[in-house]
Design a protein around this ligand. Structure first.
Ligand code: FMN
Length: 286
């Protein structure tokens, strides 16, 4: 557990490997942390409370081992999906006992989870898609916001990620994370310039060796182009970014997927693009 500032300081790159249903397993999360970015997963990816215990034990053991060997290790986040979740109280107790660094809530108000998590010293970031939801999440006790913007993989937002950040920054100077549209390190640097502290990459990490996505889905992400992403209604009635023809979910950031690679390679490539973009901005500004 950590304050958001401690989380941010512990990152090699201002990046979160986004929580994804059917994609994020212990290998992906651990690889993200070992690559120096934040690893995260939806607790509902675990079918039972016992499986959640098992995943967290394995992830934390791998992180501790790497740390003991002198490696720098990124923070760990659990994603608690609110709507329709009958295991919220149990999952909260488990993530607290395993010392996750922060929690991200999605699909619903964080009002019932902020109290116990904040009491345990764990900061809560709430995923929101409108200004109204941003205000409600902050009133409910969230420390920060994940701004779900247009073109995000999975449940997508509608808002433009540029305008959304600037609108929120008029009244809120706390932790802000961009979800959607981050296809490479250039976009990651642009997100920081806009006022985001961190950004998600989801789609890019589906096509990694460590994700539990099927080999066919990974290859589809390599093959499809930006124009093949459409907004469709998910079975739960929430708008989602999908590949045309029902070939799975992906965001506009699919344009950044050129091959199936290891998490370490994706992070290294993103880090080098990020550094180049940052330097280019400095050169341009003189
Ligand atoms: C297949 C898939 C499953 C997802 N599942 C979840 C989830 O369980 N919880 C959540 O908060 N977000 C989920 N998301 C959204 C991501 O956390 C993130 O907002 C999104 O991937 C960012 O856009 P990008 O894919 O363009 O990087 C999912 C996204 C995808 C592509």
């Amino acid at each position: 557990m950590a304050t958001f500032e401690e989380v941010r300081q512990s990152l090699d790159l201002p990046l979160i490997c986004a929580p994804m249903t059917g994609v994020s397993g212990p290998e992906l999360v651990t690889a993200a942390c070992l690559a120096g970015i934040a690893g995260s997963f939806p607790t509902r990816n675990c079918e039972t409370p016992e499986q959640l215990e098992d995943w967290l034990t394995r992830i934390q053991a791998a992180r501790a081992k790497a740390r003991d060997a002198g490696a720098h290790v990124g923070p760990l986040a659990a994603n608690i999906i609110i709507r329709g979740n009958r295991r919220i109280a149990e999952d909260i107790a488990t993530v607290i006992s395993h010392g996750v660094d922060f929690v991200i809530t999605s699909v619903g108000s964080p009002k019932d989870v902020c109290g116990p998590l904040n009491d345990a010293g764990i900061c809560v970031l709430a995923d929101v898609a409108s200004m109204r939801h941003a205000e409600l999440a902050l009133e409910a006790g969230a420390s920060g916001l994940v701004l779900l913007s247009a073109g995000a993989g999975g449940h997508t937002g509608w808002a433009n990620g540029f305008a959304f950040a600037r609108a929120v920054r008029r009244t809120f100077d706390g932790p802000l994370v961009l979800a959607g549209g981050v296809s490479d390190g250039v976009a990651l640097w642009a997100a920081e310039v806009l006022g985001y502290d961190l950004a998600y990459m989801g789609t890019r990490f589906i096509a990694t060796n460590e994700s539990v996505a099927s080999p066919e889905w990974k290859q589809t992400l390599v093959d499809v182009e930006f124009d093949e992403i459409e907004v469709a209604m998910a079975p739960n009635g929430v708008a989602a970014s999908m590949i045309k023809g029902g070939r799975g979910s992906a965001g506009h950031s699919v344009s950044g997927v050129r091959r199936v690679a290891s998490v370490a390679d994706v992070v290294a490539e993103t880090a080098s693009e990020y550094a180049a973009a940052r330097n280019a901005t400095r050169v341009r500004l003189g």
